[in-house]
Design a protein around this ligand. Sequence first.
Ligand SMILES: C[S@@+](CC[C@H](N)C(=O)[O-])C[C@H]1O[C@@H](n2cnc3c(N)ncnc32)[C@H](O)[C@@H]1O
Length: 227
Amino acid sequence: MKIGPTIDKEFDAFSVNYTEDMTKCVPYYQKLLHSFSENLPPTFSPNRILDLGCGNGNVTAQLLQKFHKASYELLDASKEMITLCKGRFIEYDIQYHTTFFNDFHFAENKYDMIVAGFSIHHCTGEEKEGLLKKIYTSLTPNGVFGICDLMIDRNSLEHHQLLKDWKKFVLNNYANEDKWKWLMEHYQEFDKPDDLNNYIKWLKKAGFTKIEPFVNEHYWVYLRAFK
Ligand SMILES: C[S@@+](CC[C@H](N)C(=O)[O-])C[C@H]1O[C@@H](n2cnc3c(N)ncnc32)[C@H](O)[C@@H]1O
């Protein structure tokens, strides 16, 4: 698979076999996806949920099992990903936004839960910091932000070991190196991971008080922050 010219076009192409590709290319993908609906306070019952960078809807599908009465808004820059979600969730009343994070209006105090599965690492550090502030503002009091992503500094010593472990994982799932080569091209071009400590610093600066990394499997992290 050739990488695309822009992030939205890249994911238009990636959408074709998305869940299988993610499961076989991203360590702990299924575990991290499941984290969004687990370990929440028993009384937590969101009315409005926003899925940022929804892709083909794998995070929303998890949440729908638990919060089937909530109203959902799904946002993604990729038209093809949004089309897949519309087909997948045809029986649900969901609002869709085909747009970039930067162009979306985050209304104040609107959502009880905002989620971002493997989508924010496409932003620069400065964009992440700004986005986390908007997310905080857009949550209702006691609202929850859940995020899973690769959280590591590319310039750290540990990054070399991460790549070795990651390659081993991918080569266990594919007979030759084609997928790994494509994945590393994608990683170089589109992925801008940041260290967990940076996320925690930005979340605190945005105003979040209770921040909990629930899953931390060798830099593959799920964390939750409460407004
Ligand atoms: C790796 S996929 C994750 C999809 C899904 N959340 C999941 O966990 O499987 C990243 C998604 O984020 C979207 N995305 C990346 N950067 C974006 C941006 N700046 N604005 C809107 N969507 C973006 C991509 O189009 C893609 O569908």
